[in-house]
Design a protein. Structure first.
Lengths: 362, 301
């Protein structure tokens, strides 16, 4: 390029000195105009060179400008937010874009048997052999030295892109290994039943804790959003583990039945007890009331009686006989025989055999 | 001349650019570089930026990625202190810390060569450390006896010290166990043990459930019986109280026992003749004694 320029220049110089013939003049004009074109092109290229320094940063990313390989800006202003930016073109500046807000995820399958997502979806997994081949089948060893399968998915986003991009060849790989290690480490101090049933959330929290500890220690520059852990007993022992679950459920059912029986017995006995005491209280009230009423009547009658006992007795008796005789069903009056001898009576007693109170003889 | 000045400026710029390309080089944020003078490493550049050098035949620049690289060794079998075979795989994050030392050690600064050296160091460190610990240090429900972290640290330190004595220019950023395993035939034994443990659990659940339920039921029944007995006792007490209250009234009747006797008899009479009674009486019973001396139409004999 530079040489072309020098060349044109030397040719252009003699043009006004020797305007000899039409041919050479035409050549000179042609050269002149082509030189103008070259100039325009050069200006355009210089413009293009500088405008190539414009770049956009998307909403889901940040960017860092490296000037001669060194990040530009103060420590906390290195990151460029989304929008338009300008940098010097390539050999001076270099723009590195880093996805930041989007959630990334890694899976850990070191503790899972050999399978693929497709096999799992289609249900065509290879049948479990009698033993686990360490080369292909992953598993973890629990604190009580049981073998179980467990796998995890970790969701995270990048918090410190400088660390994430410039300190690690493959930061996601480092995160994955931290997750692998966390599964192993957490399984190593959990018992098999805790991992599988009793404390599933506790196990997940332990995994999460370990991963965040490790990633913080290793300064990967990520924030963990979520961690999903799935654990199953080895497929070889699925049957016996299911039976344990059934037995546990049965036990709980039996216990629940017993508890509901307990409640029923308690409420029944409570009701019975209160009816017993209530009846007693009612008895007491009735007894006391009746005897008090009796006493009052006695006190009322006493002066009349004392004034003339026999008259009182006769009057009272006759008064009483009135209603008695009204109530009595059959009344038989035996007048005295003229001769004064007693009369003879014959009674048929079984007139109403089933009735309890049939007759009475005064 | 204007045109000549322009030419000189442009020419100078071009020469400067050319010279810069020859004499200046960049070290990026993620890189370290070593400069060799006639093939001998002379300068170590760890900070990013632009640097000067003599052009090619004199000095040459070798750049290396100084970011943490991941390396995982083989899943290899080691013997624990209590003679268990344990398969261990570790992952290592390593980085080039000293390019000047790293560069001559491995042909052309090859990371593959470095990793194969790292692998052999790991192998010996791993078997040495695993051999010092029983299996209970790897898996243990008791957090105090679990030495997982200690084991990782020991392996890391062993490798780190070997790297230092060999002066490789490599540093370990972190090291952890990636995978633990048992030999294939051992897994079968473990499965058998697990099965029998499960069966113990099953029978435990079965018997525990029944026994516990029985306990709950009998306790409930005992408590119910107690409640009713208490209620009976309370009822007796309440009735007794009633009688005691009634006893206070009794002296009233003692003022005239005859009247009381009479009243009671009338009461008894009223009650006994209340229903379906047949009463037979003669003329002497009041009030029918009124009939006694009336003239009747009965034939007198």
């Amino acid at each position: 390029m530079s040489h072309d320029h020098e060349h044109d220049h030397t040719h252009e110089h003699p043009v006004p000195v020797t305007p000899e013939d039409a041919g050479s003049q035409a050549l000179a004009e042609a050269l002149h105009s082509s030189f103008a074109i070259v100039k325009v092109v050069m200006v355009l290229m210089v413009l293009a060179f500088f405008s190539s320094g414009f770049f956009t940063v998307g909403p889901q990313e940040k960017a860092v400008i490296l000037r001669f390989g060194r990040p530009v800006g103060e420590v906390d202003k290195i990151l460029l937010n989304s929008g338009w930016h300008w940098s010097y073109p390539y050999p001076i500046d270099e723009v590195v874009k880093i996805p930041i807000t989007e959630i990334q995820k890694v899976n850990s399958t070191v503790g899972w048997y050999a399978t693929t997502a497709e096999q799992e979806l289609s249900g065509e997994e290879l049948p479990a052999g009698a033993s686990l081949n360490p080369a292909v089948d992953g598993y973890v060893i629990t604190a009580d030295r049981n073998i179980i399968h467990t796998r995890a998915t970790l969701y995270y986003h990048i918090e410190n892109p400088i660390n994430f991009v410039f300190d690690f060849v493959s930061a996601s790989n480092a995160v994955q290994n931290a997750l692998n290690n966390a599964l192993l480490y957490s399984a190593a101090h959990f018992n098999v039943d805790d991992v599988l049933t009793r404390d599933v959330a506790g196990f997940r929290d332990a995994v999460l804790q370990r991963v965040s500890d490790l990633t913080e220690l290793e300064q990967i520059g990520i924030v963990i959003d979520q961690c999903e852990v799935q654990s199953i007993p080895p497929r070889q022992l699925l049957d016996v583990f299911t039976r344990v679950t059934t037995a546990r459920e049965n036990r709980n059912k039996v216990l629940n039945d017993a508890r509901s029986y307990e409640n029923q017995v308690f409420s029944q006995s409570g009701a019975q007890a209160s009816s017993i005491t209530n009846a007693a209280a009612a008895d007491r009230a009735r007894y006391v009331q009746s005897i008090t009423a009796e006493a009052k009547r006695f006190s009322d009658l006493l002066p009349k009686y004392e004034s003339n006992p026999s008259l009182f007795a006769q009057v009272t008796l006759v008064q009483a006989m009135g209603p008695i005789l009204t109530n009595v069903q059959d009344k038989i009056l035996l007048p005295e025989r003229a001769d004064g001898k007693p009369r003879e009576l014959r009674l048929m007693l079984n007139r109403e055999p089933l009735a309890p109170k049939t007759s009475s003889n005064p | 001349m204007k045109r000549n000045a322009m030419t000189v400026v442009i020419g100078t710029v071009l020469i400067v650019i050319f010279a810069l390309l020859l004499f200046v080089f960049q070290v990026r944020q993620s890189e370290v570089a070593v400069v060799t003078t006639f093939g001998r490493p002379t300068r170590n550049l760890t900070e990013p930026g632009a640097y000067c050098k003599w052009p090619w035949p004199v000095e040459k620049v070798y750049k290396f990625d100084q970011r943490v690289q991941n390396f995982e060794d083989r899943f290899s079998q080691n013997l624990t202190a209590d003679n268990n075979n344990l398969l261990v795989m570790v992952y290592v994050g390593w980085k080039i810390t000293d390019a000047k030392a790293f560069f001559p050690k491995f042909a052309g600064g090859s990371t593959l060569a470095a990793q194969s050296m790292l692998e052999s160091m790991l192998r010996s460190a791993k078997s040495a450390v695993v051999g010092k610990h029983p299996l209970a240090d790897f898996v243990n429900a008791d957090a105090k006896q679990l030495k997982f972290n200690a084991i990782e640290n020991e392996i890391e330190q062993a490798v780190q010290s070997q790297l230092q004595t060999n002066n490789c220019g490599i540093g370990i950023a972190f090291l952890g166990i990636k995978k633990l395993g048992l030999p294939e035939n051992v897994t079968q034994t473990v499965f058998q043990r697990m099965t029998s443990e499960r069966q113990i659990l099953i029978s435990q659940f079965e018997f525990e459930g029944e026994a516990e339920a029985q306990k709950i039921r009998s306790a409930a029944e005992r408590q119910a019986a107690e409640t009713i007995a208490n209620a009976d006792a309370a009822a007796t007490r309440i009735r007794g109280e009633g009688e005691a209250e009634a006893a206070k009234v009794l002296p009233v009747f003692q003022q005239n026992p005859e009247l009381e006797n009479f009243l009671l008899r009338i009461g008894a009479l009223q009650q006994s003749l209340n229903q379906r009674a047949t009463l037979i009486f003669d003329e002497r019973t009041p009030p029918f004694d009124l009939f006694q001396h009336l003239p009747t139409n009965a034939p007198s004999r």
